[in-house]
Design a binder for this molecule. Structure first.
Ligand SMILES: [Mn+2]
Length: 432
């Protein structure tokens, strides 16, 4: 019978980077934002000690930057030394953000840190009281992209113990930048019991039985592209009682809330701000109070009488609302910070239901557009026709803030906005 093995699986620490907000960091309070990425790693270290794990694995991107940051390296070294005092080893692969450095790391790391090789698969044997209890396998990135299909060479001498494979990958067989492998490739490798993946910054369980395939995600999200709760996986592999548990580490959570203005019948900013406060209060009451704070993107939707104001003075209006909301919600625990507001409202057309009922053309148009949205081929055509500024590749590493990623959600929003514009134009021009 295999020995049980208990470990923590984390990835994508991105030490040296920090939370990005739509404002300057100034007050003392902002120190918390600056430290959040480090804090999340500290929580992992504390958990490893408290849970008395056999070891810790980090599946790439310990550091945010190939050049490394001195502060980040010092922090990492100190934390590794803390684990050493408790007899806990750390096994690491280098990812695309922190590829292998020929010169070595900036600071000499303690001898409980094992970094996998770039040229072949490294295999580390884990012993507990003189007995082999597991193996950790991994291979590091040579540079900021990696086209080798590494998982093929993850082979072990036997299956007498649990074998854990570390891999930093996009898990896309057609992606040549971040290890082109498919879920099936991993499933078919009979040597590995647990695939400890890294690279995708969102926690995902791809396969929930042997071979387990799991992404822990980033321990602390840093911008609106990294919404959701950050954390790590605590894993216990045991013949009769295997379990894995996602544990939260993020001090701050980026979130996006949609607020529909259709119900708001007033057309002034004061009323809008009252309305938003009510909606945000309701959201706030539902939050996990153990988190230090929430950073929000508010998306305004629906048909509104404020449409004209937004058309004429969108930036000024939104800035005014943001300022009011920020001061209203300051000083709370957990904190709430309105990072930005996106306006996706459309014009309120009086009596639209009535117009649709009476007008077979508009009725037909609405049904045509709804069908169009459901047709994958047509959606693809529309996306192509949208032009180059829309980067169809959702490659997290190459995101340019001046380009737009067409996520399904954004496509849906733009599509609805276009539909509303067309209907509005037709109605106005016919003077219905
Ligand atoms: Mn990463």
């Amino acid at each position: 019978m295999k020995s049980s093995v208990k470990f923590i699986h984390t990835a994508d620490l991105h030490l040296g980077s920090r939370i990005q907000l739509n404002k300057n960091f100034d007050s003392d309070l902002d120190q918390n934002y600056k430290n959040a990425v480090y804090n999340s790693f500290n929580k992992i270290i504390e958990a490893a000690i408290k849970k008395e794990v056999n070891f810790l694995v980090i599946s790439g991107d310990v550091f945010d930057n190939e050049a490394r940051s001195v502060k980040a390296t010092r922090y990492f070294k100190d934390k590794c030394e803390q684990l050493k005092e408790h007899g806990i080893n750390i096994y690491i692969i280098n990812g695309n953000h922190d590829p292998y450095r020929r010169e070595g790391e900036l600071l000499e790391l303690p001898d409980n840190v094992y970094i996998c090789d770039t040229e072949e698969v490294s295999t580390f044997e884990i012993y507990e009281e003189g007995k082999l209890i597991a193996r950790v396998l991994g291979q590091s990135y040579r540079g900021s992209s990696e086209s080798r299909k590494m998982c093929t060479f993850y082979t072990t001498p036997d299956q007498s113990v649990y074998n854990i494979g570390l891999l930093h990958t996009q898990l896309d067989p057609n992606d040549s930048n971040y290890v082109p492998v498919s879920t099936n490739d991993l499933m078919e490798n009979e040597h590995i019991d647990y695939w400890a993946l890294g690279h995708i910054h969102e926690n995902r369980v791809i396969n929930d039985h042997i071979p387990y395939i799991i992404y822990p995600g980033i321990p602390q999200g840093r911008d609106m592209g990294e919404t959701g709760v950050g954390g790590y996986y605590f894993v216990n592999l045991e013949p009769e009682n295997t379990y894995y548990k996602f544990e939260k580490t993020a001090d701050y959570i980026f979130d996006r809330i949609e607020i529909n203005l259709s119900e708001l019948n007033k057309d002034n900013l004061s009323e809008l701000i009252y309305f938003l406060k009510d909606e945000i209060d309701e959201y706030y009451n539902s939050l996990d109070k153990e988190v230090m704070g929430y950073i929000l993107r508010i998306v305004l939707k629906g048909k509104t009488k404020l449409y004209k104001l937004f058309q004429e003075q969108e930036e000024e209006s939104l800035n005014d609302i943001i300022k009011k909301l920020r001061s209203h919600y300051s000083g709370r625990m957990p904190s709430i910070f309105v990072n930005d507001i996106i306006n996706r409202t459309s014009k309120k057309i009086q009596d639209l239901d009535n117009i649709i009922a009476k007008d077979p053309f508009i009725k037909e148009l609405i049904s045509f557009m709804s069908n169009l949205k459901e047709n994958d081929e047509k959606v693809k055509e529309i996306k192509n026709a949208m032009g180059d500024i829309w980067n169809p590749e959702v490659d997290l590493e190459k995101q340019d803030p001046k380009e737009f990623q067409i996520t399904d959600q954004l496509f849906e929003e733009l599509f609805d906005e276009a539909k509303n514009e067309i209907i509005k134009e037709i109605i106005e021009r016919r003077d219905l």
